[in-house]
Design a protein around this ligand. Sequence first.
Ligand code: NDP
Length: 297
Amino acid sequence: MAAELIDGKTISQKIIAEVAEQIQAGGVKPHLVAIQCGEDPGSMYYVNSQKKKAEAVGIQYTLEQLPADTNQQQLIAKVEELNANPEVTGMILQMPVPEGVDRRAVQQAIDYRKDVEGICPASLGLLMQDRPAQVPCTAMGAVELLHEAVAQLQGLDVTIVGRSEIVGKPVAMLLLSMSRSCTVTVCHSRTRELEEKVKAADVLFAAVGRPQIIKGEWIKPGAIVIDVGINRIPVLDENGEPVLKENGKKKMRTVGDVEFEVARERAAKITPVPGGVGPMTTAILMRNTLEAAKRLK
Ligand code: NDP
């Protein structure tokens, strides 16, 4: 029987609605500032979508656009200025930062109480100590989808493929927390026998960024699959040739890291891509922003 889909779109809309309701009720005025250097198109896309979502829930959103050649000292000075500004309750450092700037040094300068992305060392340290303040948005969103899928996490064998600071590692820390108490295996590019690690998992998190690297037949029957990957691949016709658009460019589609159709026949529950973890990231960002503003009051 085909697995039930874990509907990230609906779940994220619920989170967004709750955030909007709390802001409308008054008493807190979240103000989120995004720092962007230059006009990288990918980053512009994120800024525009964050702004739309933020304003829709009643969060004031300001873009601090700095020149593309901003240096590290100037960037840290901007962060410190925002740290000191009581009107600013949350901060996002948009990637990429200019060449020659150490992203970590800038992130370290962010007052952790305003770190709504949960990426500065203090935020990550608190997460490791099992008393998180702000958790990286995608990781938190992915774990919330797991909570939606299963009531009791304690003792489950979880395999995470990917060990990035924004997804794999924070997901591992969240699942190791006392309140969740999963047994966690974290895999990466040097992992031996990845297939065996995936096959053993009651729950799989895939966060690699390689289309369908996790084969559907590796999924343990009845497992829960949370696919974080977002990959663009060409649409193929029946002869395996790329389908072209009117402008001659290849028609593309979005897929995850898991071979979805086969995995769906084995798993109990699975996130679709798109429509799974993707929409959760912005929703959690909005909730982190609200929570930061509440704590700063
Ligand atoms: P990173 O590139 O930072 O990390 C990828 C991880 O995958 C690394 O730990 C890497 O290992 C591991 N890896 C690479 N190749 C293999 C392999 N062959 N076998 C096992 N592990 C491998 O990616 P992110 O964590 O930032 O993102 C992961 C995916 O999630 C991407 O598709 C991204 O687009 C998506 N994403 C989605 C978001 C959303 O839903 N809104 C937000 C953020 C990310 P190693 O450490 O050894 O290099």
